[in-house]
Design a protein around this ligand. Structure first.
Ligand code: F6P
Length: 397
């Protein structure tokens, strides 16, 4: 059978263990030799006890655990050719020519580069007598399949990344907890949520928690469009989903330049209608239309200075990335892990590498580099302040 290795790379996310488990068990079921690579690319570069053979029971009792039991790391060595050369030698020594990479776009890009370089790395290993010409011939091509593990849901090409659903559960639990104490004291809470440059967590958290406001990173449309359509869209979305809240600020649609006035007006309206508290969600990447950050501290100051409300900030931080994975993420990780092995079984050296994505309710294979390219194009559009383009690109899978 084929030699497969699975590893997790970059920030961890809930559901990665389900994916690791599915890769190991599907691989063994199909007669492959499956290895764990511990601590991501660093383990691949370091080799030795970092690359170990997995068996059926080594993935027992992990599906319910958060994080990744095989560890993850951000690896500088793998960015250098020398590091990748060492990694290639370690893989050849273990007979591994198939990799399942579970990570974000950076990790998947690294895998693709490694695959492209594979032949030349093996040539160099033969030339320097680190492997034999027979080994070179036997392990001449490297296949990869990617799974996207990230709480941010910031990858183009898949409806959901592994971990996002659980992070939303963590956020909602926290907001529900905050609401009860905010109610007692008639306070306003500003909750900072993760998501890097993506407003998905913030937006969905706002919609599902009846937040009064949300600030997010993907920024603003042109003046008149913003004034008319954007507000209507926001209100419609929120109203449709919660029946109550009126506003949402997220990164994909950056805040109006006069966001302070709009925010204060909205909060005042709510209070005069008898509401005892306000919840404002601020994505960690939230920006205004100039691309300048909108932070929880700034929002608090606006609320305190203008409305004299009793306001507090809660930064959820890494709580969002921890804890038990939801049923959805366990299933998602399991389905994607199994599909990744199937993809590797069916590909050869001419097959374009794929990433397993969720399309509707189907686990499907999509071209890895096309998705990475599109994800990078979103980041570029945001850096260029082309907000509409960013939103369009992100929505396209
Ligand atoms: O990408 C996942 C994420 O949790 C982001 O939401 C956040 O910006 C970042 O990672 C935090 O990184 P670190 O764990 O290195 O502090």
């Amino acid at each position: 059978g084929k030699g497969i290795a699975v590893f997790t790379s970059g920030g961890d996310s809930q559901g990665m263990n389900a994916a690791v488990r599915a890769v190991v068990r599907m691989g063994i079921y199909l007669g492959c030799k499956v290895h764990f690579i511990k601590e991501g690319y660093q383990g691949m570069v370091d080799g030795g006890e970092h690359i170990i053979e997995a068996n059926w029971s080594s993935v027992s009792s992990i599906i319910h655990k958060g994080g990744t039991i095989i560890g993850s790391a951000r690896c500088q060595d793998f960015r250098e050719r020398q590091g990748r050369l060492r990694a290639a030698k370690n893989l050849v020594e273990k007979g591994i020519t198939n990799l399942v990479v579970i990570g974000g776009d950076g990790s998947l890009t690294g895998a693709d580069l490694f695959r492209q370089e594979w032949s030349s790395l093996l040539d160099e290993l033969v030339d320097t007598k680190q492997i034999t010409p027979e080994q070179r011939e036997k392990y001449k091509s490297l296949q990869i399949a990617g799974l996207v593990g990230s709480i941010d849901n910031d990858f183009c090409g898949t409806d959901m990344t592994i971990g996002t659903d659980t992070a939303l559960h963590r956020i909602i639990e926290a907001i529900d907890a905050i609401v009860s104490t905010a109610y007692s004291h008639q306070r306003t809470f500003i909750m900072e949520v993760m998501g890097r440059h993506c407003g998905y967590l913030a937006t969905v958290a706002a919609l599902t928690s009846e937040a009064d406001y949300v600030f997010m990173p993907e920024s603003p449309p042109p003046e008149d469009w913003q004034k008319k359509a954007l507000r209507e869209i926001r209100s419609a979305l929120v109203a449709a989903l919660t029946g109550e809240a009126d506003f949402v600020f997220i990164p994909e649609w950056p805040a109006d330049s006069n966001w302070k006035d709009i925010l204060c007006k909205k909060l005042m309206q709510e209070r005069s209608a008898g509401q005892r508290l306000n919840i404002i969600i601020v994505a960690e990447g939230a920006i205004d239309r100039n691309g300048d950050p909108i932070t929880a501290e700034m929002v608090k100051k606006v609320v305190v200075d203008n409305l004299h409300q009793d306001a507090r900030i809660t930064v959820l931080g890494h709580v969002q990335r921890g804890g038990r994975p939801s049923a959805f993420d366990r299933i998602l990780g399991s389905r994607m892990g199994a599909e990744a092995v199937m993809a590797l079984m069916e590909c050869d050296e001419n097959t374009e590498p794929c990433v397993i994505s969720l399309d509707g309710n189907q686990a499907v294979r999509v071209p890895l580099m096309q998705c990475v390219k599109q994800t990078k194009a979103v980041a570029q559009a945001m850096a260029d302040k082309q907000w509409e383009k960013a939103v369009q690109l992100r929505g396209k899978s």
